[in-house]
Design a protein around this ligand. Structure first.
Ligand code: C30
Length: 290
């Protein structure tokens, strides 16, 4: 059925190699890796043609602490220079997906921060449009005027003026994709804004909107190792979340090899790693929000 299309366990199984036991998102603190991919046919991929050659253009790691009712989010710029297990020493983080799908992407992020990635949600443009449609739009404070292509890559089809507003599915996708007006780093900030807006909108819904329809439609365009039961529990959990904090992974532009990389600042990686470990209350860590 359609639900099983979206349900995809990782090769490692339910439990991260960095956990003693698998975590239950309705009881434990947990982490989720959100990945946005462009696997559309215009780029030479079929919607369900696997991962080969498909880069992850958006990558956000989020941790959830139940007691504190908080979420922390960090964006991983797609050109971040990292070690990809089993591949040449350093490469762009977005390439992990094109070499080894979500299995390798999860492993790469776990190695970078030394934290478990318990769950993942991967989606393409179509699934993103469906989700925003089911939520009836999302509220965003647009900071700069934006003229952007739509999902069909029609130039200038989307125009946004600055200010707080409800974005339609097409507008939200353009907002997630736009980067030429500033950079991929700012684009990462806008994506975190969208995730926050999605969580807030979900929390405000009386009932899960058109849930069966969404799952049916997104089936082939989304993959996750959350179970159906997990997702229902997450909708309830969304209502209890008090604070959503954005963490900034610092780095510098590196063009020394002729190609562009985002050279991560080692102390920033270490600091974020410590913050996430503490937020997840991994063995030996306590979380004190103050
Ligand atoms: C799990 C719980 C409890 C809560 C989480 C909340 C949930 C469930 C959220 C669900 C939704 C999720 C998972 C969101 C996370 C990530 C987001 C925000 C994804 C949204 C978008 C998406 C599906 C994919 C990413 C799309 C991106 C960032 C880029 C792809 C430029 C080329 C060469 C030109 C091209 C030009 C532009 C816009 N394009 O878009 O167009 O391929 O971007 O930078 O590669 O391309 O450069 O010069 O050809 O026209 O300028 P793109 P590009």
């Amino acid at each position: 059925n359609a639900t099983s299309n979206a349900s995809e366990e990782l090769g490692r199984g339910e439990k991260s190699d960095k956990r003693e036991q698998a975590v239950d998102p309705s009881e434990d603190h947990f982490s989720v890796l959100l990945a946005g991919v462009d696997d559309s046919s215009k780029r030479g991929f079929s919607a369900n043609g696997g991962y080969k050659g498909v880069r992850s253009d958006a990558l956000i790691l989020a941790t959830f602490n139940r007691e504190d009712k908080s979420v922390k989010m960090v964006s991983l710029p797609r050109d971040s220079k990292v070690e990809i297990p089993g591949h040449r020493n350093t490469d762009r983080i977005a390439h992990a997906h094109s070499y080894g799908g979500m299995d390798l992407t999860v492993e790469t992020v776990e190695d970078l921060f030394d934290v478990p990635v318990d769950y993942y949600v991967k989606l393409n443009f179509d699934a993103f449009l469906e989700i925003i449609d089911a939520l009836g739009g999302v509220e965003i404070n647009v900071e700069k005027e934006i003229t952007e292509q739509n999902s069909k890559d029609e130039a200038g089809a989307i125009h946004l003026e600055p200010g707080v507003q409800e974005l339609s599915p097409e507008e939200a996708l353009a907002y997630a994709r736009t980067r030429k007006l500033d950079s991929d780093i700012y684009r990462g900030d806008r994506q975190k804004q969208l995730v926050e807006a999605i969580i807030k909108k979900s929390a405000s819904m009386e009932s899960i909107p058109k849930y069966g329809t969404v799952i049916d439609t997104v089936g082939d365009n989304m993959a996750t190792n959350f179970t159906f039961g997990n997702i229902l529990a997450l909708f309830k959990y969304a209502k209890s979340i008090d604070t959503i904090e954005n963490l900034k992974l610092e780095g510098t532009d590196d063009t020394s090899t002729g190609a562009y990389y985002y050279q991560l600042d080692e102390s920033s990686v270490d600091e974020i790693s410590e913050q996430l470990k503490s937020h997840l209350e991994l063995p030996g860590y306590n979380y004190d929000p103050n």
